[in-house]
Design a protein around this ligand. Structure first.
Ligand code: C5P
Length: 222
């Protein structure tokens, strides 16, 4: 148990949790953990070092020694792998899919647990992922589960990728997002699911501002 407060925001890909989590962290002046980026970087490291994405033992070793640095400045998260900026590289849908493959492996998740918990620093932590409220920070005082339909999430992702200059197509995105949803929610370890005491929000018909207000109201004692 820790006295350092944590607000967890879990949900499927494209639900808006990353944007919301960063907004809330900035507002509160708390640290921010993008746990998905860790799995994305791990998959990238495996590809870089020619390690099969199903080789659990080797992936767990890479996870143990992962040279990963997050730099958050001016609302932009820069992600460094072994000294290289991989911020753009890890955001493609292929990178997301590779991340979800390595994330399904129990030894990999175990190897990354402490690394994630170490982000819990004063004055507090806002974290986004799939298992933040259920496994990594089960004692968090505030938990949110944010979702939206696969079509809406694919549309949002399409716009996001376009803004970043990454080419994609909508039907392909819907298929990839749905495939990732199935893998993330049906895996044996730490499947995507709301924590029992999570505030559940469907953001399909809500703008980012509405979701933000809702979370800040519910967590008004934060
Ligand atoms: O959130 P993001 O889309 O960046 O996550 C990429 C993948 O990493 C997810 O599809 C999921 O498989 C995995 N992940 C996870 N647990 C987390 C965060 C992400 O398994 N806490």
């Amino acid at each position: 148990m820790s006295d350092i407060p944590v607000l967890t925001i879990d949900g499927p890909s494209g639900s808006g949790k990353g944007t919301i989590a960063q907004l809330v962290a900035k507002k509160l002046g708390w640290h921010y953990l993008d746990s998905g980026a860790i799995y994305r970087v791990l998959a990238q490291a495996a590809i870089k070092h020619d390690v099969d994405l199903a080789d659990e033992q080797k992936l767990a070793e890479i996870a143990d020694n992962l040279e990963l640095v997050f730099l958050l400045g001016n609302g932009v998260l820069t992600v460094m792998l072994e000294g290289d900026d991989v911020s753009t590289l890890i955001r493609s849908e292929q990178a997301g899919n590779a991340a979800s493959k390595v994330a399904a492996l129990p030894l990999v998740r175990a190897a990354l647990l402490e690394r994630q918990r170490n982000f819990r620093q004063l004055p507090g932590l806002v974290t986004d992922g799939r298992d933040m409220g259920t496994v990594v920070f089960p004692d968090a005082e505030h938990k949110v589960f944010l979702t939206a339909s696969a079509e809406i999430r694919a549309e949002r992702r399409y716009k996001q990728l376009k803004e970043k200059g990454i080419e994609s197509n909508l039907p392909g995105l819907i298929a990839e997002i749905s495939e990732r949803d199935v893998r993330d929610s049906q895996r044996k370890v730490a499947p995507l699911r709301p924590a029992d005491n999570a505030l559940q929000l469907d953001s399909s018909a809500m703008g980012i501002e509405d979701v933000y207000k809702h979370i800040m109201e519910k967590c008004s004692d934060v």
